[in-house]
Design a protein around this ligand. Structure first.
Ligand code: XIL
Length: 437
């Protein structure tokens, strides 16, 4: 399958700096061990950002990681997903590494695998740190921040004209032991959280378009109870702390869209109702909350909720942005790590339905797939026996899931004739025909 080259003039792979303080970071804020803004370049003010409503443009920051001369245009091939994404819809994937790769002792694809960065740059117009921006990576010791990996991803995004979804500022999972097992008073915890949010958001001000400010705060019980046991912040500081987290983030980057993000909110249900009520109250109190993200981790072993679009629409009607933030569609796999043909076709249809829903909803402008190759996906390790959840397999061969996304985007932007006739889409036309999708 075609692999596009990096943008002309680009120096190539975003390499991981060899060691802290390495000259690869010249001109960047010091890392690690830096708390605060020391060394940060002054923000000269950001040019207008048309087509991206929300946030307050006044005084918005210039990304400190922008290459000289600002972001360069990047053109994926005509048959790439990013060639059919624009301000109305960004198509994203993850910078894979950390998390299950560490648990399995395998190499981080983003830093260590040939062709991985080229694939991302060729296909996608948005990127999410799969793990590198989570507390355990960025805040490994009390008072110590380590931005090495997170910076490299942001720099890569800038060099390849990609947006970044920042993930995540507060969560109950993947927190460092010093935090979870520490003996901090509520006042100390509040200070720690405020410092973290301000430090991280200000560092990437102007670079990160959407932030998952609070991740997975409601449970899976029938009442979608707030996680006031698992989530250290809510347990120790009360749910009111969320208002402050959004405010702190907004103060540090008034242009960034600030999101809630969760799974099992793929329709109108108890959990999405809980978000709706919470957000409505916050908006009434003037809290700067701007977005609702549906992770959309789907399985062919469960039904699909036909109210997916209706759910996004009701958040849109509240004045929020919406986003599909982590979509993958898994199912039971055989020896060949594939679902059966019927489930494969069903998975492709779900990707299509969700993308279509997002395209239909005005301020749903971001659609991120959680993983590139199946070999990289978190699914097989997390849901034993399931897999085949992504768009590519083997050596970046396109699956029907890839091709329905290509078709949906092309038909949306250029019309059915273009999809049906343009030679650029021949490969996918064949794949979909064979899959019966
Ligand atoms: C997953 C990562 O993909 C894994 O590498 C890691 O081991 C665990 O976390 N919801 C989220 C994501 O918000 O951060 C999770 O990512 C998947 C579920």
């Amino acid at each position: 399958m075609p692999q596009e080259q990096c943008a002309p003039g680009n120096s190539g792979n975003a390499g991981r700096p060899d060691s802290p303080g390495n000259s690869g970071n010249a001109g960047r804020p010091d890392s690690p061990g830096n708390s605060g803004n020391a060394g940060r370049p002054e923000n000269p003010g950001k040019p207008d950002n048309p087509g991206r409503p929300g946030g307050d443009d006044a005084g918005a920051a210039e990304c400190a990681f922008a290459p000289e001369g600002g972001r360069t245009d990047y053109d994926g091939g005509r048959d790439s997903l990013r060639a059919h994404s624009d301000d109305g819809i960004r198509i994203g994937n993850v910078a894979a590494g950390g998390g299950h790769f560490d648990d399995e002792g395998s190499t981080d694809p983003f830093f260590g695998e040939d062709g991985y960065q080229e694939h991302l740059a060729a296909e996608y117009s948005s990127i999410t740190h799969e793990n590198y921006l989570k507390w355990e990576f960025v805040h490994p010791e009390e008072g110590v921040y380590d931005f090495e990996a997170a910076d490299a991803v942001v720099e890569f995004a800038q060099a390849h004209d990609m947006d970044v979804r920042g993930h995540a500022l507060s969560w109950h999972s993947q927190n460092p032991d010093w935090l979870e097992e520490g003996d901090h008073s509520p006042e100390e915890l509040r200070g720690i959280l405020e410092d973290h949010v301000r430090t991280v958001v200000s560092r990437y001000a102007g670079c990160i378009q959407q932030w998952d400010v609070a991740n997975e705060i409601f449970g899976d019980d029938a009442d979608a109870t707030i996680r006031d046991e698992e989530n250290i912040w809510i347990r120790e500081l009360g749910v009111e702390v969320l208002d402050d987290v959004f405010r702190w983030a907004h103060e540090e980057d008034p242009d960034a869209l600030l999101f809630y993000n969760d799974y099992n909110v793929d329709g109108v249900n108890a959990k999405s109702d809980a978000y709706y009520d919470l957000v409505q109250g916050q908006l009434e109190r003037g809290v700067p909350v701007h977005g609702f993200g549906a992770q959309t981790h789907l399985s062919m072993n469960y039904g699909f909720d036909e109210t997916y679009q209706e759910n996004l629409e009701r958040f849109d009607a509240l004045g929020l942005h919406t986003a599909v933030t982590e979509i993958d569609v898994r199912g039971d796999v055989g020896e060949d790590d594939r679902m059966n043909d019927e489930d494969r076709a069903g998975a492709a249809e779900r990707f299509e339905t969700v993308l279509q829903a997002c395209l239909e909803v005005d301020n749903c402008n971001s659609f991120t797939i959680w993983g590139t190759l199946d070999a990289h996906s978190w699914v097989p390790g997390t849901f034993p026996g399931e897999g085949d959840a992504t768009l590519h397999e083997g050596d970046y061969e396109r699956k029907p899931t890839y091709c329905v996304i290509q078709r949906t985007l092309v038909e949306h932007q250029e019309g059915g004739d273009s999809w049906a006739e343009d030679a650029a889409f021949e490969e996918c036309r064949g794949i979909l025909e064979e899959a019966g999708v």
